[in-house]
Design a protein around this ligand. Structure first.
Ligand code: NAD
Length: 443
């Protein structure tokens, strides 16, 4: 369900330049920024990005219309993007990228001037929310001062770079698990909480607040709540700004949401799904803390239940065992290895097994999602969309959904929803894949 400013969306072509501000300039953020710059210089290909490489079918199959998405919908061109961000460490993006160890030094050397010029602004940070790290580059004072400073940062960034629009995408560490409390239950309570420096307000939510107050769309790439609280949704409605989250769908969960819909489509039963990972980057280090891991575990575990619908298929999925573990193992750095053992059942209950060993690169999988989210959120705002952008569920492990609605986790339904939203905005016929030929027409 997407809220709209007008009865029919009307999308204006992007004017001027787009600023992308990232709270958290670590592995994902620097891999994203370096990648976009490398693509702009013509020395790399944006593999994994739907906005840059994806095509979309329009009309009937016999029409043979399959344009690139970026030629079909008016998205911001990469040349008109300016980057900025905040971090608790003072490292510029070149130093942070070298430290993250994702991209090879040959590529980073070529981009050194550009990356070295992006320095983090002071962060809004509370060590109670991210236990394993601490850094000097933080805003003094309490939550109200943080909010005021972040809002000023956004305005200054826009002015300094002569930007037309700005979007924020959270690339900061995973904060400790915590449900929405009364201080985040309404905008009025939240504002009071800011004044009182109420420690129940997570720093990431102050970024979301600052973004929305400044009319900037906000995406959350981590599993912590951030914009996913009634106070933030109230503000998004008030300011008519789009939001989406949570937690980039990469690695093991991406595989899970590719395989589980296939098992369900063929009505193969599930007895158990055991997932374990080794990961050696700073994200892995933060996730060693049980509070931060709890946030991650909740988003990772919720996926199978909504795809498999045990309430509808109790014999197949009523009683499966699901476990997800993340182990911090420094030698691998950002190169994660994820193992899955899946115990399934077939005809007459005969057991079978599937084993997956995915040697993936976390930030390489996440970076194109940051780009797509920034461009699509900007597009959503220009189309008059606001509130939760469910059509962007495609990108998230734990998609935000309006109260009372369950989120859609099946990657293929998510993809259909995304593409049909683009067709809808651009006034094209929605594609149902019905394929009826009753009147001699190819659907
Ligand atoms: N890489 C993936 O595939 C993937 C997938 C899903 C989610 N994520 C999430 O994306 C986030 C970023 O991942 P990463 O690998 O880049 O981690 P990272 O540790 O390399 O970078 C996170 C950065 O955020 C900074 N930070 C923490 N709190 C901050 C705050 N309040 N304000 C500003 N900066 C802050 C840290 O100092 C660090 O530099 C994590 O929450 C991670 O769980 C990553």
């Amino acid at each position: 369900m997407t809220k709209m400013l007008r009865e029919k969306p009307a999308v204006d072509a992007p004017k001027g330049r787009l600023g992308i501000l990232l709270p958290g300039l670590g592995a994902v953020a620097t891999t994203f920024i370096a990648g976009v710059e490398a693509v702009r210089r013509g020395i790399a290909t944006p593999i994994g990005s739907l906005t840059q490489m994806g095509h979309i079918r329009l009309g009937k199959r016999t029409d043979s219309r399959q344009p690139l998405i970026k030629d079909f919908v008016p998205l911001q061109d990469l040349s008109g993007i300016v980057f900025g961000g905040w971090d608790i460490f003072e490292d510029d993006c070149l130093t942070a990228a070298r430290r993250a160890g994702v991209l090879d030094s040959q590529l980073l050397d070529k981009l050194s001037d550009f990356l070295g010029g992006i320095r983090p602004m002071r962060a809004a940070f509370d060590p109670e929310y991210v236990k394993r790290i601490s850094g000097p580059n933080v805003i003094a004072g309490g939550r109200r001062q943080w909010a005021d400073q972040l809002r000023a940062d956004i305005r200054n960034f826009k002015k300094q770079h002569e930007l037309d629009r700005v979007v924020l995408v959270w690339c900061g560490s995973t904060e400790v698990f915590g449900p929405s409390t009364e201080v985040t239950d309404s905008l009025a309570a939240f504002e009071k909480g800011l004044d009182a420096n109420d420690s129940r307000i997570p720093p990431s939510m102050v970024y979301a607040y600052a973004a929305l107050m400044e009319g900037c769309p906000y995406a959350n790439g981590a599993p912590n709540l951030s914009a996913d609280a009634p106070a933030m949704l109230e503000l998004a409605d008030l300011k008519k700004v789009p939001v989406c989250g949570k937690d980039y769908k990469t690695g093991q969960t991406l595989m899970k949401t590719i395989i589980a819909p296939g098992l369900k489509a063929r009505l193969l039963g599930l007895q158990g799904w055991f997932s374990t990972n080794i990961l050696g980057n700073r994200d892995g280090e933060v996730l060693e803390d049980p509070g931060s891991f709890k946030s991650k575990e909740v988003t990772k575990l919720s996926v199978l239940d909504t795809i498999l619908q045990p309430e509808l298929y109790p014999e197949l999925y009523g009683n499966f065992f699901h476990s997800v573990k993340i182990n911090y193992y420094p030698p691998r750095g950002d190169n994660k290895e994820g193992w899955d053992n899946i115990d399934i059942t077939g005809w007459l209950g005969y057991p079978m097994q599937i084993k997956i060993d995915f040697l993936c690169r976390d930030s390489i999988l996440a970076a194109p999602l940051v780009l797509d989210l920034a461009l699509f959120l900007d597009f959503a705002q220009r189309s008059g969309f606001y509130g939760i952008q469910e059509w962007l569920s495609f990108y998230f492990k734990s998609p935000m959904a309006p109260a009372g609605l369950y989120p859609e986790h099946d990657l293929f339904i998510q993809q259909t929803k995304l593409k049909n939203t683009l067709r809808y905005v651009m006034g094209e016929e929605l594609i149902t894949h019905l394929g009826l030929d009753y009147y001699g027409d190819e659907a």
